[in-house]
Design a binder for this molecule. Structure first.
Ligand SMILES: Cc1cc2nc3c(=O)[nH]c(=O)nc-3n(C[C@H](O)[C@H](O)[C@H](O)COP(=O)(O)OP(=O)(O)OC[C@H]3O[C@@H](n4cnc5c(N)ncnc54)[C@H](O)[C@@H]3O)c2cc1C
Length: 399
């Protein structure tokens, strides 16, 4: 049983269904619904290929072949092509409007045999002698229903249903950041081969993302320190504050010089958090339900998709062995926390200036490969030497 039909839930459900497992997905909303995290790494695309989605993605979304990093203060710019990564996994990433993409993923899971109940909010997970055995859910018409399952997958995103009920979610020290974002039309775009790139623009308040979609629309967001977000003037609208935030980052201001805002500005705070356990007896947490580091490097959507694949694998094994103890899910928890910790070290090094400086000055293959690998999503796996090197270089502090 999968709680939540975002990318983490849909990928887990799709791969389990494809392997012949009966899966029910309970999703609170009716899709399509808006959300952020609109850049897919090539590493994520490789997972989606296992759901036969490669041609659909190619047909539907703008391909991206790299990330362009620029610094407003120094004027330095560096482009990292995904194929500079240590182990290039797929030819391209994609820029995906999430309302459409999440709908596609969940429909794909259903096509492989999953049952999805929409507008169905899980109110509680039922535990028996410490083992998750089922859930109680409320449908939008008001009726409630109980469901039993061998394994519960918590893919409820930032709601972190299981961890929140246990009081096991915690903010990440030193990463108290929030975001302002909106969609725009007529943002100045790069020319080939960078036309689909995600821009990361260093700003005095953090950094700005610019994600171009197929057509004329771009997603632009400013990830800012809590201190800057608190500096919003009394009576200042979010729109005016966002414009002021962008104006302070010259490279972003230039990109948006002819742009028109299409949506209201959305704000979110306290983005980063960790959870104490990624799995327990009878349950596994996937995607944001297992913690969130930062929008940097598209790590949230990437860990949701690759984590979903890892979870599907370990659950299939558990079903084969009829063993749903926490120990069965250890390998999953280790691999996902390994990837998450790599991102965490890199994000901290980025904000301290070490990694961003190193990347902006990176010349030569050896210097460029670690950053290219991070942005390409080459982070999950059996710890080849480059990841150990990155951890040593950027530090590795969890929690
Ligand atoms: C402001 C902001 C900016 C972000 N920017 C980026 C970015 O630039 N790049 C990036 O990679 N990521 C970004 N992210 C993160 C990205 O959105 C997530 O990492 C990604 O969506 C995780 O996928 P998921 O499937 O785990 O969770 P979600 O996509 O959140 O899906 C969870 C689903 O669970 C459902 N649900 C929740 N509770 C219940 C319940 N009780 N019962 C039933 N269903 C439930 C929800 O309706 C939702 O559909 C951002 C996140 C935020 C908040």
């Amino acid at each position: 049983m999968v709680l939540g039909g975002g990318p983490a839930g849909a990928v887990t459900a799709g791969l389990l269904s494809r392997a012949g497992v009966d899966v029910v997905v309970l999703e609170r909303e009716i899709f399509p619904r808006f959300t952020l995290g609109e850049s897919l790494t090539p590493g994520s695309v490789a997972v989606l290929d296992a759901l036969d989605l490669g041609p659909v993605l190619e047909d539907r979304y703008l391909a991206s072949h790299g990330v362009t990093l620029s610094c407003s203060r120094s004027g330095r710019t560096q482009r990292f092509a995904y194929d500079e990564a240590f182990t290039p996994v797929a030819a391209a990433g994609y820029q995906v409007p999430r309302a459409d993409f999440d709908d596609l993923l969940l429909k794909t899971a259903v096509r492989f045999g999953a049952t999805a109940h929409m507008a169905c909010e899980v109110e509680d997970v039922l535990f028996e002698q410490g083992r998750a055995r089922g859930v109680r859910a409320r449908f939008r018409d008001g009726h409630t229903e109980g469901f039993l399952a061998s394994v519960i997958v918590d893919a409820t995103g930032r709601d972190t249903l299981i961890a929140a009920r246990k009081g096991e979610t915690h903010p990440l020290d030193g990463l108290d950041r929030g975001v302002l974002s909106a969609h725009f039309q007529r943002v100045n775009r790069h020319s080939a081969p960078a036309e689909g790139d995600t821009d990361i623009v260093l700003s005095p308040h953090g950094w700005v993302w610019n994600v171009p979609f197929d057509g004329e629309v771009n997603s632009v967001g400013a990830v800012c320190s809590a201190a800057w977000l608190a500096a919003r003037g009394r009576g200042e609208s979010l729109e005016a504050f966002f414009a002021r935030t962008i104006d302070d980052a010259e490279a972003a201001r230039t990109m948006l010089s002819a742009a028109t805002r299409l949506t209201p500005v959305r704000a979110a705070s306290q983005l980063a958090f960790s959870v104490e356990h990624l799995a327990g007896d009878g349950w596994v947490a996937v995607g944001d339900a297992a913690g969130f580091v930062d929008p940097l490097f598209s790590s949230g959507t990437h860990l949701a998709i690759t984590g979903g694949a890892e979870a599907a694998r370990v659950i299939t094994d558990a079903l084969g062995a009829r063993d749903f103890s926490a120990a069965r899910f250890d390998a999953y928890a280790r691999r996902v926390s390994g990837a998450r910790d790599l991102y965490l070290g890199a994000v901290r090094a980025f904000y301290s200036g070490d990694l961003s400086d190193e990347a902006l000055d990176a010349r030569g293959r050896a210097a460029r490969q670690p950053f290219a690998s991070l942005v390409a999503g080459d982070v999950m796996g059996d710890d080849p030497p480059w990841r150990a090197e990155c951890r040593a270089r950027w530090g590795l502090q969890s929690g």
